[in-house]
Design a protein around this ligand. Structure first.
Ligand code: SF4
Length: 296
């Protein structure tokens, strides 16, 4: 098939060498995929190596405390990923007798594993023919075929998946997926050099001068503003800290007592709100409340 041979010849010449490439250990592949969600490869690589060093097997990760896992994750953000990682490791240990799930459907049962990650583990570890579709793959394929479906939705994923199912190399789906991801990341970039592209002759977007029009993005919901005022409360030479509860992404992390509001407060509003908050929350009366100089 022309698509396959063109893609794989390009990959032979330009494919990246990464610590989680060319291995078939599902645990390491899973770890790398979770770390790389919303994280650049250069940053993710160090975290991956640190995690492998600290927890060489899924059982080691399952036996660690959540605090140990979160500490190692510090700096990566999106802490729910670390919590899901830990919960999934415990699930594998307790519910699967420590054996890593080996089918696409059973991988989907792991907390934090969606269709993309399940396809990555299934293809890289077990050579099952499931195409991976990340942002880079959406960009490349939507341009190549001129697909104007807004990406990032379940139905878009299904559409690209059924198209790629027809193209995937069934003998080496691992190699196919690595090539697809690298092509999107290195060649079909947001501002690509199309003259140097081996698909230039058949690329719908390039031929019709609409490269910048793809991929079509779904309309985003408007982000919500949240104002965080951290209170530096000292009592007999010690600072008060609290652990976050609730369901948001920072759950379980330690922080200064937080006053959160939907709007920015003026200095006098902040003084009044902080006084009320401290009294209600800690049953304390403030003796000396100071606003930082940067709030005005
Ligand atoms: S010709 Fe340009 S837009 Fe088309 S696949 Fe190649 S790099 Fe991407």
């Amino acid at each position: 098939m022309a698509f396959l041979s063109t893609l794989e010849s390009w990959f032979d010449e330009h494919g990246r060498t990464l610590p989680w490439r060319g291995i078939d250990d599902p645990y390491r592949i899973w770890l790398s995929e979770i770390i790389l969600q919303q994280t650049r490869i250069e940053q993710g690589r160090d975290y991956y190596l640190r995690f492998i060093d600290a927890f060489p097997t899924v059982a080691d990760l399952a036996h660690a405390s959540e605090e140990q896992v979160l500490r190692l994750w510090q700096g990566l953000g999106y802490y729910s990923r670390a919590r899901n990682l830990h919960a999934a490791a415990q699930y594998i240990l307790n519910e699967c007798d420590g054996v890593f799930p080996s089918t696409y459907d059973s991988l989907l049962k792991l907390k934090g594993v969606g269709r993309y990650t399940a396809a990555a583990i299934a293809s890289f570890a077990y050579r099952l023919p499931h195409p991976v579709i990340d942002g880079n793959v959406y960009r490349f394929i939507s341009r190549l075929r001129g697909i104007a479906t807004p990406i990032g939705t379940d139905s878009a994923y299904s559409e690209f998946e059924s198209l790629l199912m027809k193209l995937i190399d069934r003998d080496r789906p691992d190699r196919f997926n690595a090539a697809l991801m690298d092509f999107g990341a290195l060649q079909c970039t947001p501002h690509p050099d199309c003259e140097a592209c081996p698909f230039a002759d058949e690329c719908m977007a390039f031929r019709t001068h609409r490269v910048a029009a793809f991929p079509v993005k779904a309309l985003k919901t408007k982000p919500k503003d949240r104002w965080f005022y951290y209170l530096d409360l000292r009592w007999k030479g010690r600072r008060i800290m609290q652990q976050r509860t609730g369901k948001d992404i920072w759950r379980g992390l330690w922080e200064f007592p937080l006053l959160e509001t939907p709007n920015e407060l003026t200095d006098s509003e902040l003084t009044a709100e902080a006084t009320r908050f401290i009294k209600e929350r800690f049953q304390l009366t403030i003796f000396n409340f100071q606003l930082p100089s940067s709030t005005s």
